[in-house]
Structures are given as structure tokens and as C-alpha cells.
Ligand binder design. Structure first.
Ligand SMILES: [Fe+2]
Ligand SMILES: [Fe+2]
Length: 312
């Protein structure tokens, strides 16, 4: 799959590109269907959200400020996807993956940019978007996803990258979005999460459809690479607070972010709390582990984290 490298820092951009013969027929029907669904499900953050219903004046200054920080952080998270999606696209072309993937990902990139915009607009509607975290140390938790680098590194398999990014991380995010829709009171905050979830359903389905086709073709060693990539994503990214601030290493700045979430949740403007999210997170991990066992016959071990009294 990957060419022999002459320099350890080489990326796939250093490899020659050969595009032809260019296949554009359907080679993964499920992914092609997702692409067509996506083109039919486009929406516009500027006009499809009832922004007037935010009614920021009904909240206290403190609540508005917390919610602005929360929605700004959501925008930064979505931006992470914007920065990784094109790198994966280059990888699909470089590896001559089934064409359905590259077609789907053009829309996927658009959808992630729409998510970033809608979160930005929500922060603006509440009084103003923040361009960066209050504390620089927290950037390590919200900015480290590592996918862009993995996507361009020919020594890391694409199957492992997609399994980690989509079947693990995006699935966990999906469960949290669904939970947020259930608990968020402000109709606009709820609508924003709903619209994002509508797109994320397809993003998740893409990962499973890709791996369903690829897993049977992998060697035992490559399958182990997939397993390790998933474990690394959970341990180094998710359990480091990428999606949930209460999972970040304990520090004054992560405590401040958790407090932002609590105030935002109390106001009904989005966000959740450690107590509410913990069972959702545990269930996500359990469901993911079982699904990977059933679909790919790989065993994801139990994880540990200082917030949990026992391995999960
Ligand atoms: Fe997204
Ligand atoms: Fe996504």
C-alpha cells in the first residue's frame, strides 16, 4: 500500500502521484448512497436557524459569557475537523481508495465547516465569539486530535486512522450530541445541536462502511494496527478532554472550562455536566467495544482514568 520511504519525516506529499486510470464508478455502494444523501441534506447556518429566538437578554451576564465560551470551544472543535478533512482527502486520492470515499468527503468537509460556522454564530448571538481559550494550557486538550498528521503519514494505515477518528471519536461525539438535544432548553441551542447531529449520522456511517469493506482484506498485523489506533484515540485524545472538559487533566484551566460548562448547562444554553455525561460516555465506550468485536473481531481493552473508580 505505501511506497518505501527514504526519509523518516516523509509524508505522502513526498510520494509521486499517479491518478490514472481514474475510476469513478460505484465501488462502495453504501458510501456512494451517503454521498447522495448528503447532497440532498444541505442546510445554511445563516438562514435555517431561527436566530431571533436565542433571546440573550433573558440570561445573566455570567450565563451569556459562559455560553459564549462554550460555543466558541465547540467551534474550535469543529475547526479541527476542517483542518483534518482535506488531509484525509489527499490520502484517499494517493492510495487510490474506492472513488465513493473522495466524493463523500468533499461534502463531509463542507459539513464540518458548516458546523464551525453555526457554533460561531451561536457564540455571536450570545454576545461574541472568543478566538482562543482563556488559558493557553487548555489548547493542548482542544487542539490535539493528531489526525491531520496521521492522514499524511504513510506508515500509519488509513484503516486505523478512520477507525480511530470515525468509529471511535465521532461515535462518542454523536452520543453526546444526542444527549445535548435531550437536555438543552434554549430552542436555538437545541436546534443547532440537532442540525449538526443530522450530518454526523452520515459521518459515522461512512467509517463503518469503509471498514466493513477493508477489514476482511487486512493482514493480522494490519488489523492489530487498527486496534492500536482506536486505543490511542481513546487514551490520548478522548480521555485527555478533547470532547469533554471534565476528562482533561486536572488543572486550574480545565476546572475553569468545566465551570463554563456547568453554568452553560444550568442556563439551558447547551453543554452538559460530568454527572450527566459520565454514563453516556461509559455507554459509548461499551457499545463501540462490542460493535468492533462483532463487526471486525477485534478486542478493545478496558480503559482507566482518574475520574472513574474502576476500569471501563
Ligand atoms: Fe462536525
Ligand atoms: Fe463529523
Amino acid at each position: 500500500m505505501s511506497a518505501v520511504l527514504t526519509h523518516p519525516t516523509s509524508t505522502i506529499l513526498d510520494l509521486p502521484e499517479s491518478r490514472f486510470p481514474l475510476r469513478l464508478g460505484v465501488e462502495n455502494k453504501r458510501i456512494r448512497d451517503l454521498f447522495h444523501n448528503a447532497t440532498r441534506q444541505q442546510w445554511d447556518p445563516a438562514t435555517d436557524i431561527d436566530w431571533a429566538a436565542v433571546q440573550p437578554e433573558q440570561y445573566s451576564e455570567e450565563q451569556r459569557r459562559a455560553a459564549r465560551m462554550y460555543w466558541s470551544r465547540r467551534a474550535w472543535g469543529e475547526y479541527g475537523a476542517i483542518s483534518e478533512s482535506p488531509a484525509l482527502q489527499i490520502r484517499f486520492c494517493q492510495e487510490k481508495c474506492v472513488p465513493d470515499m473522495a466524493l463523500f468527503f468533499t461534502i463531509r468537509s463542507q459539513e464540518e465547516s458548516r458546523h464551525a460556522e453555526v457554533c460561531y454564530r451561536m457564540a455571536e448571538a450570545l454576545g461574541g465569539y472568543f478566538e482562543e481559550p482563556a488559558a493557553a494550557v487548555f489548547q493542548g486538550s482542544v487542539a490535539t486530535h493528531g489526525i491531520r498528521k496521521m492522514a499524511l503519514d504513510p506508515t500509519i494505515s488509513l484503516e486505523g486512522t478512520i477507525a480511530a477518528l470515525v468509529c471511535a471519536a465521532e461515535e462518542i461525539a454523536f452520543d453526546v450530541f444526542r444527549h445535548l438535544i435531550e437536555i438543552t432548553v434554549n430552542p436555538v441551542a437545541r436546534q443547532v445541536s440537532k442540525m449538526i447531529l443530522r450530518d454526523e449520522v452520515r459521518h459515522c456511517a461512512f467509517g463503518w462502511a469503509f471498514l466493513e469493506q477493508r477489514m476482511p482484506q487486512l493482514t493480522p498485523q494490519e488489523r492489530e494496527g487498527v486496534r492500536q489506533a482506536v486505543i490511542t484515540m481513546i487514551e490520548k485524545v478522548e480521555l485527555n478532554g478533547y470532547h469533554s472538559s471534565w476528562l482533561a487533566p486536572d488543572s486550574p484551566s480545565s476546572r475553569a472550562e468545566t465551570e463554563v460548562d456547568r453554568i452553560t448547562w444550568e442556563a439551558g444554553l447547551g453543554a452538559t455536566t460530568e454527572e450527566l455525561e459520565m454514563p453516556i460516555f461509559l455507554k459509548s465506550i461499551a457499545v463501540m467495544r462490542q460493535r468492533m468485536k462483532d463487526a471486525w473481531d477485534i478486542d478493545i481493552p478496558k480503559f482507566t482514568h482518574y475520574k472513574f473508580s474502576q476500569p471501563f
